[in-house]
Design a protein around this ligand. Structure first.
Ligand SMILES: NC(=O)c1ccc[n+]([C@@H]2O[C@H](COP(=O)([O-])OP(=O)(O)OC[C@H]3O[C@@H](n4cnc5c(N)ncnc54)[C@H](O)[C@@H]3O)[C@@H](O)[C@H]2O)c1
Length: 431
């Protein structure tokens, strides 16, 4: 099978490389010329564990993976064309901004030469794939293509494993012909007994938003429970553990912290309730989750403000929105650091992978080469992202270099009593 993937970001590139691993020929297309030039020489544009090896294997050894800036060349003989461009929030609105999707649909319509399945892998509101069909259908005959919804569930930081061993694959189709092609595409996973859900296009589109919104709800829920725990002297980690052991609830996404972030949850939650509104449906729970998460940064910041006066030096450990990625989009740690910087605090920081991206946008932070350097002379340490390398820091050494022994462990990665024995004032989340 020959595949073309339009949009070579986290999803397009990981999917392309993993499809090459299945044995398919994959061309990844992007309009960003320097990104494609770098990829052609084997340079991955972002940090993702395992990506460099996979890239080099299929670019140089198997030659199943290639890169192009020309959509017309790349799609001319493709059996499947994936739309993997970004769908951010509109600037002044909660809705998803679909301008990149519409533009790709138009280009596909203008350049399609033989029958192809057009696969919407970007996260798009219900009804979008139908619109894509209309756009392409206005330019070419309907029998030259089918449009399918195949939302992606990979997580940055474990993207390759998620793609190669997903919990499920969701495929929304309108007819048997495209359903058969999609089943063939995912046959390597099917052989590993991955459930493949065949649904209508609309159902597939909703499954993605409902899944992300539900996970965001779990996080929002436990964060509010953490506030109550703090108010009454209870321990949210014990609450989570005891709740999570109940199989009806499950332990994942029940860790209290500074609020969810990243390139998906914030925008998808907003897009879900704003799409529903267009159909006169009130997703009031999802709306409340969004508001609760929005208030979270100020709540957490106020806790720090109460214990450390401004003009102090705060050492932020972790800037990415979660560990094992350099993605800082909507990162709670960065939002918090920026909020406190605007209140007069001096922000010294370190992140194992995300500093390059942070430096481009935030010149109000001071960047250091290690957690220890960032902690030098600190009035308080803030653990913003739970990278593994922050889980076993030598706090005996750190206690000798900080100005004040205070730590805000926003991700609850330490046992407070151990740090208290070293003289630290320890503030976890919800405990
Ligand atoms: N990042 C994730 O973890 C993740 C997981 C699941 C689903 N998704 C969804 O997948 C989609 C893509 O997300 P992402 O994080 O990979 O985005 P991204 O921002 O990393 O990459 C998008 C790429 O598309 C390119 N692009 C835009 N318009 C183009 C055009 N007309 N032609 C060619 N290239 C074009 C951009 O230059 C960019 O490189 C989004 O809808 C997102 O919600 C993302």
């Amino acid at each position: 099978m020959k595949l073309a993937l339009v949009g070579t970001g986290y999803v397009g590139l990981v999917s392309g490389a993993c499809f090459a691993e299945f044995g398919y020929q994959a061309v990844c297309i992007d309009k960003d010329v320097s990104r494609i030039e770098n990829l052609k020489s084997g340079k991955c544009p972002f940090y993702e564990p395992g990506m460099d090896n996979l890239l080099s294997k299929h670019l140089k050894d198997t030659k199943l993976l290639s890169f192009s800036t020309s959509l017309s060349d790349a799609i001319s003989d493709a059996d499947l064309i994936f739309i993997t461009v970004g769908t951010p929030s509109k600037r002044l609105d909660d809705e998803a901004d679909l301008k990149y999707v519409w533009s790709v649909a138009n280009e596909i319509g203008k350049n399609i030469k033989k029958y192809s399945v057009i696969v919407t892998k970007s996260t798009v509101p219900v009804g979008t794939s139908k619109e894509i069909k209309k756009i392409i259908g206005n330019l070419v005959s309907d029998d030259l293509f089918d449009v399918v919804s195949n939302p992606e569930f990979l997580r940055e930081g474990s993207a390759i494993d998620d793609f190669m061993r997903p919990d499920r694959v969701v495929v929304g189709t309108e007819n048997k012909k495209s359903e058969k092609i999609m089943k063939e595409l995912y046959r390597p996973l099917y052989l590993k007994e991955t459930p493949v859900f065949s649904t209508s296009v609309e159902t597939a589109e909703i499954i993605k938003y409902a899944s992300n919104s539900f996970l965001a709800t779990k996080i929002g829920f436990i964060n509010e429970v953490a506030d109550l725990c703090e108010a009454v002297g209870a321990n949210v980690q014990d609450v989570s553990k005891a709740m999570g052991i109940d199989q009806r609830i499950g332990s994942k996404f029940l860790n209290a912290g500074p609020g969810y972030g990243g390139s998906c949850f914030p925008k998808d939650v907003k897009a879900f309730f704003s799409t529903a509104k267009k159909f006169d449906v009130d997703l009031s729970i999802i709306n409340a989750v969004h508001k609760s998460n929005q208030n979270r940064i100020e709540k957490v910041a106020n806790k720090i403000i109460n214990f450390v006066d401004n003009k102090s030096v705060l050492s932020f450990l972790g800037l990415s929105f979660k560990p094992n990625t350099d993605d800082i989009r909507e990162s709670s740690s960065i939002k918090l650091a920026n909020y406190l910087s605007q209140k007069g605090y001096k922000i010294n920081c370190f992140d194992p992978a995300a500093m390059k991206n942070a430096k481009i946008k935030f010149d109000n932070f001071n960047y250091y080469n290690s957690a220890y350097e960032a902690c030098n002379n600190a009035d308080a340490i803030v653990i913003g992202t739970e990278w593994n390398e922050f889980r076993a820091l030598n706090f005996y050494e750190i206690s000798k270099i900080v100005k004040m022994k205070k730590i805000f462990d926003l991700r609850n990665i330490y046992d407070g009593s151990e740090l208290e024995r070293l003289g630290f004032e320890y503030y976890g989340t919800g405990k």
